[in-house]
Design a protein around this ligand. Structure first.
Ligand SMILES: C[S@@+](CC[C@H](N)C(=O)[O-])C[C@H]1O[C@@H](n2cnc3c(N)ncnc32)[C@H](O)[C@@H]1O
Length: 251
């Protein structure tokens, strides 16, 4: 049989595609992973609309057990992913395990934050490497995000920074927390890559009716309340005049 990895879109139960919905309904079992992104509706809203019982699973279940691949040997199994299945690198491994285990798999795509940020007016083609900002921990203060901004800036490209989430602790990084982390890295590295004066765009809940987009200096965005998660931060590179004009919509 088959493991269907199905993108359910960015915002609520109605963002699933027709193909995705028909497939979910036809599956023997449906699982949803809760660790790569956040959706604005509840699991019971999804269950009601999809007419399917959903088991919510964590990173350990998906990445460190073979339960899904094994179950898909004899059954039709749906794994629901918020956004698009490939908006996070992690599900490539699942596809590879199906291939190695000779288990059929099918991907059903959907909207992703990687493209939806186009609503800011920044051209998607002008984004460089995407990176994420993890919560710092004891002995863990990664500087990758800072380095990626630096490299993208050299090429004049925009940087999309996805922000960490720890759903098991109900922790979702805010734009202000992300800016604080980048300023803290700047204070150590002093390479003038991300300062209080750096022009940034903060986006929250893109795809929902109450989305928020605000642009300005990092020090100004620090004071803004973007509301509920999920949040992302963008550090624009060189701006085309059309991008500049479009960004004014969100000042
Ligand atoms: C690993 S990415 C996964 C994205 C998802 N699979 C997709 O294709 O959109 C998760 C991060 O993207 C950002 N993100 C996801 N959805 C968002 C939204 N609707 N608005 C703003 N940022 C979002 C947040 O920073 C979140 O922590």
């Amino acid at each position: 049989m088959t493991l269907f990895i199905i993108g359910i879109g960015l915002n609520d139960e109605k963002d699933v595609t027709v193909k995705g919905l028909e497939t979910i309904r036809s599956c023997d079992e449906a699982y949803m992973e809760n660790y790569t992104s956040l959706i604005s509706c509840s699991v019971s809203d999804l269950e009601k609309f999809y007419e399917k019982k959903i088991t919510v699973v964590d990173r350990k279940f998906v990445e460190q057990t073979d339960t899904l691949v094994t179950a898909a040997r004899n059954k039709k199994i749906a794994l629901l992913v918020i956004g698009d299945p490939f908006g996070a690198t992690t599900h490539i491994d699942l596809m590879l395990r199906c291939k190695k285990g000779n288990v059929g798999f099918k991907i059903i795509n959907n909207a992703s934050i990687l493209i939806a940020v186009g609503i800011t007016g920044l051209q998607i083609y002008k984004f460089g490497k995407t990176t994420s900002i993890p919560y710092p921990d004891k002995g863990f203060r990664p500087e990758t995000s800072y380095e990626v901004i630096k490299q993208n800036k050299i090429l004049g490209l925009h940087t999309l920074l996805m922000l960490d989430l720890k759903p098991e602790q109900n922790k979702f990084m805010t734009i202000a927390e992300a800016i604080d982390i980048l300023l803290e890295i700047e204070s150590r590295k002093k390479q003038n890559v991300f300062t209080e004066g750096t022009f940034c765009v903060g986006v929250a809940r893109i795809g929902s009716d109450d989305f928020a987009i605000k642009s300005g200096k990092a020090s100004d965005l620090l004071k803004e309340d973007f509301g509920a998660a999920p949040h992302s931060l963008i550090v624009p590179g060189e701006l085309h005049f059309v991008e500049e004009e479009a960004l004014k919509i969100w000042k």
